[in-house]
Design a protein around this ligand. Structure first.
Ligand SMILES: [Zn+2]
Length: 318
């Protein structure tokens, strides 16, 4: 039984995380992508990809947790992504904010048992994209509330993920530090690989997140492993903290290196799915690349986590 995330990160071999939840559950019919209702992929959408499946179809979520655990995940992320009160209100579930966050942790914990740690997912609120920097105080209140709910529900640690603005990430890290929660921090790079949305390079993001107290720093979502690797190297070289990588499993392009800006998002994702073999290769390279925590994000089901595991195992044998 892993005792703490700090122990896992210091074990000398990369930690195997889990995969992506919302897109997989959308594919299985349990999550609303917002497609047809609004323009998705702008970061300004209303109720798309929210986690009400936690209370509406808990068995579907439980099953996906089981699949990741069986694939070897050492951490299960509670499905609390986009689980802040304001975002849930936009999907009509604001009054169930406590319920959704609490049940998400409970479900993950039941499946994890003694075999995996449970992380609370804390994501961007979308208010930096929708409203702008003037929303910072509101964002702080929302993230503070969610982090309190996750702490009370008993998560082992937090993963702050899919932030496009470094400024918003730093608010999340500040709230997490005030709550005394160990936190791994991953930015998502959109629309370019060299700068996040508010203009900071991967190097600057890694330094700032480290200084803000993140236990590990890195990137998640938006790119497939091969396209994410160079920015992970930059983050690794800029920080003494462990590096965490949870790439997406979608083929991006030189001109649009982020899948949520491709025309295939969200209705044509099958046509740009990356083969799991790429994740096996990524797992095999992780240790040598100095990546301490590997998992997957959007597009990664249990087969991708098995592939990562096979890659990690091959590297260990060689
Ligand atoms: Zn993702």
């Amino acid at each position: 039984m892993p005792k703490s995330i700090e122990m896992l990160l210091n074990a000398g071999t990369p930690v195997l995380g889990d995969g992506g939840y919302l897109l997989e559950l959308e594919r299985r019919g349990y999550v609303d992508s917002g497609s047809g209702r609004e323009k998705v992929g702008t970061g300004k959408g209303s109720g798309q990809f929210t986690p009400e499946v936690v209370v509406e179809n808990p068995d579907a979520l439980r099953e996906l947790h089981r699949e990741f655990l069986a694939a070897g995940s050492q951490v299960l992320q509670a499905l609390t992504f986009f689980g802040t009160r304001e975002k849930l209100t936009r999907s009509g579930y604001g009054s169930r904010t406590e319920d959704i966050n609490r049940h998400a942790v409970k479900l993950a914990r039941e499946v994890a048992g003694d075999s995996a740690l449970v992380a609370g997912s804390v994501s961007r609120t979308q208010l930096f994209e929708r409203v702008g920097r003037g929303s910072a105080d509101h964002v702080r209140d929302l993230l503070q509330e969610q982090i309190r709910l996750l702490k009370d529900a008993g998560v082992d640690f937090l993963i702050a993920e899919t932030f496009f603005h470094l400024e918003e990430m730093l608010i999340a890290l500040d709230c997490a530090a005030s709550a005394g929660m160990p936190t791994l921090a991953t930015m998502s790079f959109r629309p370019t690989l060299s700068q996040c949305t508010d203009g900071h390079t991967p190097t600057e993001c890694a330094k700032a997140m480290s200084e803000a107290g993140a236990l590990a720093v890195g990137a998640n979502c938006e790119q497939e492993p091969a396209r994410m690797l160079p920015l992970l190297r930059a983050m690794r070289d800029a920080s003494r903290k462990p590096v965490i990588a949870q790439p997406a499993a979608f083929q991006t392009t030189e001109t649009t290196p982020c899948f949520t800006r491709l025309p295939q998002f969200p209705d044509g994702m099958e046509t740009i799915q990356v083969a799991r073999a790429e994740f096996e290769k990524f797992g095999e390279a992780a240790l040598a690349e100095g990546i301490t925590y590997v998992g997957g994000c959007c597009g990664c089901n249990a087969a991708y986590i098995r592939a990562l595991r096979a890659g990690l195992a091959r590297a260990e044998r060689n």
